[in-house]
Ligand binder design. Structure first.
Ligand SMILES: Cc1cc2nc3c(=O)[nH]c(=O)nc-3n(C[C@H](O)[C@H](O)[C@H](O)COP(=O)(O)OP(=O)(O)OC[C@H]3O[C@@H](n4cnc5c(N)ncnc54)[C@H](O)[C@@H]3O)c2cc1C
Length: 597
């Protein structure tokens, strides 16, 4: 049976020693970021996921969701009780606004807990994640009345949320969508169409489900510029806030899929369902992007979380499995064989995952802190800078973390040899579950286009300039400190690769858009590695500081430095190969006729 232990000490190290969240104590919610309180939250959260949701992960995978003849959907045994326990304890509303019943904690703290939730049970946590995305959209563009009607019930977990974009003929190119919205005399709309692949579209966990649906009005442009966003509740809401009659939205079928079996993926039929416009007519994509940006960081977290839980299980196996002898002589003389962790290749696989996980944890928590600062920092300049950098990091985290999540789950599976392929050990489930994160919320290829085509050029390249200034000033500050040079020098080489790749894009992509398309994924990889390199340099700096101040956790900090060395020597140099790919341009990719493939 797979196991999971929330990495509390690692989280605390990132929060307090690397990001130093205590420095922001004056900002709303941050007084709660004081170490003892954070420890209490993380420990209680860890207990909840380890005892309640993780034991349901394999069960959820095996049983899956069931669509009943009346169109209702039953989640796997145990999910409803665990969901009720989660909402009673308030785990769903950690970062939500207190005016709607949330606890008002900073995102950086709720994101730390989110990692534990997803590692323990990704399919279960998706019910919560979709609701939080819907809350973000209603908060951003909903009317006051809509906010009061929906958000408190969603924060409390009584009502769920979904996002309905995809149709059978369109996923990436939403301008093609056909779902129609026709205005009624009372100002509501009749929504008609079929959406597919809708996560948490129907289930038995909540009293109501608030669907956010993209649709076109008859007089709107038949393109991406003519899409509006609608709230379509499963049960209509009476004037007194109680649930009214059932709306004509239903789950036509459940998709049969590779993983995340515990989460219902539904075909949703809207048969003149009553909907209410949210935000402005034809500006639905803007609202949906607000929801998707929050969701994209959440999907990036799915990559890290599956990588972490896979690593933990591969590591404990590697310490116990006796096979072969160490190349440099027996290490376990009392047995006939050594544990496989003595073999360099097994260590390579484990360290590849460990170095990603710890750097990625730092990077995603930093991104969450930037989300807090974008909302709450004291000056306009600080808020803009935080917003710019998190905008740049969002496609990086979504795409790179999920590519790595899948790759690392597979590498962890490899550590178990044949046993990794057998269901009982759980690794094959992590591989299957991790795979979807590369696809939904915009495929990873589309994330790379978002980075190159939108985020780099927005506001005349302001975000990248801010990011580069940050990197260069870190290098200038720490490059001359003797014990930091082994980290800062390779970081500087990687930053040079990023700068060169960016200049190549500026020179070659403006006149030929295929060059931007061809370069987008390798460019995103350069940016991702540089971002992780920056985080690893900060981690190394914090570890060196702790060691020089004297600590009774010398092994913990020394291991951080060893892992940092692995990252800088084995992983960061990949920037140069990705830069070469960027500079290879699109000619070779595009010259072949489609018929010749
Ligand atoms: C389990 C699951 C859950 C999901 N949950 C939801 C949900 O809750 N709500 C929802 O609305 N949707 C959901 N989706 C849908 C998901 O977001 C889409 O599948 C995804 O956005 C891709 O769309 P598509 O499948 O139509 O692929 P396509 O758009 O057909 O893309 C196919 C391939 O072509 C590439 N491609 C397409 N256009 C371009 C381009 N312009 N440039 C470069 N490459 C391109 C893509 O990257 C991809 O590799 C879910 C899907 C699954 C499988």
């Amino acid at each position: 049976m797979p196991t999971y232990k929330a990495p509390i000490r690692d989280t605390e190290f990132i929060l307090h020693e690397v990001l130093q969240v205590g420095e922001y104590a004056a900002l709303p919610g941050f007084f709660e970021a004081e170490p003892d309180l954070v420890s209490a939250i993380l420990s209680e959260g860890a207990k909840f996921v380890e005892e309640v949701t993780q034991p349901l992960n394999q069960i959820g995978d095996e049983l899956g969701c069931i669509r009943n003849d009346d169109g209702s959907v039953t989640t796997p045994t145990g999910f409803k009780a665990a969901y009720d326990q989660m909402t009673e304890a308030g785990w769903g509303g950690l970062a939500a606004d207190p005016q709607y019943g949330g606890q008002g904690l900073p995102h950086v703290i709720s994101t730390a807990f989110e990692e534990y939730m997803i590692s323990a049970n990704m399919a279960f946590t998706m019910y919560l994640g979709l609701t939080q995305g819907a809350i973000a959209a209603i908060t951003a563009v909903g009317s006051n009345e809509q906010k009061q009607t929906y958000i408190p019930n969603m924060v409390a977990g009584r009502w769920g949320g979904t996002m309905n974009l995809t149709e059978s003929h369109c996923g990436t190119d939403l301008g093609l969508l056909r779902t129609r919205a026709e205005v009624q005399a009372d100002g509501s709309y009749k929504i008609t169409g079929t959406k597919i692949f809708i996560s948490s579209g129907e289930h038995d966990l909540t009293d109501n489900i608030i669907h956010l649906v993209l649709a076109k009005m008859p007089d709107s442009p038949d393109s991406i510029r003519g899409i509006s966003l609608f709230i379509v509740p499963k049960f209509l809401i009476n004037d007194d806030g109680t649930l009214g009659k059932r709306n004509s939205v239903s789950c036509g079928s459940l998709e049969e899929k590779m993983g995340i079996h515990g989460n219902s993926t539904c075909v949703m039929n809207y048969d003149e369902a009553t909907g209410y416009i949210i935000g402005e007519q034809d500006k639905g994509m803007r609202a949906m992007f607000i929801m998707m940006n929050a969701a994209r960081l959440g999907v990036g977290m799915q990559g890290l979380s599956q990588s972490e839980v896979s690593y933990q299980n591969a590591l404990s196996y590697a310490k116990g499995r006796l096979q072969g002898r160490s190349l440099t002589g027996a290490k376990n003389k009392n047995d006939q064989a050594d544990p496989i962790i003595v073999h360099p290749d097994v260590r390579r696989m484990l360290l590849n995952i460990k170095a990603f996980n710890e750097g990625a944890r730092g990077l995603i928590l930093w991104a969450a802190l930037l989300v807090d600062l974008a909302e709450e920092a004291e000056t306009e300049q600080e808020r803009t800078r935080a917003d710019d950098i998190v905008g740049l990091l969002t496609p990086v985290i979504k795409a790179y973390f999920t590519d790595k999540g899948y790759e690392n789950a597979t590498a962890a599976q490899q550590c178990l040899g044949g046993h990794g392929y057998i269901r009982e050990w759980g690794l094959e489930q992590f591989v299957r579950d991790a795979r979807i994160a590369m696809i939904y919320e915009g495929t990873n290829g589309i994330q790379a286009l978002d980075l190159v085509g939108r985020k780099l050029v927005r506001h005349g390249g302001r975000a990248l300039r801010s990011f580069m200034e940050l990197l260069r000033s870190f290098i200038a500050e720490h490059g001359t400190t003797a014990n930091m040079t082994e980290f800062v020098e390779p970081l500087e080489r990687a930053v040079n690769d990023l700068e060169a790749a960016t200049s190549w894009l500026m020179k070659n992509a403006l006149g030929n858009a295929d060059n931007a398309g061809a370069a987008s994924v390798p460019y995103l990889y350069v940016m991702s590695l540089v971002s992780l390199g920056y985080m690893w340099a900060r981690i190394a700096n914090a570890a060196l500081l702790a060691l020089s101040n004297g600590t009774d956790e010398a092994e913990f900090y020394s291991t951080k430095l060893q892992t940092a060395r692995y990252f800088f020597s084995h992983q960061l140099p990949e920037t140069s190969i990705h830069r070469t790919r960027v500079e290879a341009g699109s000619a070779n990719l595009m010259e072949m006729d489609a018929s010749a493939f």
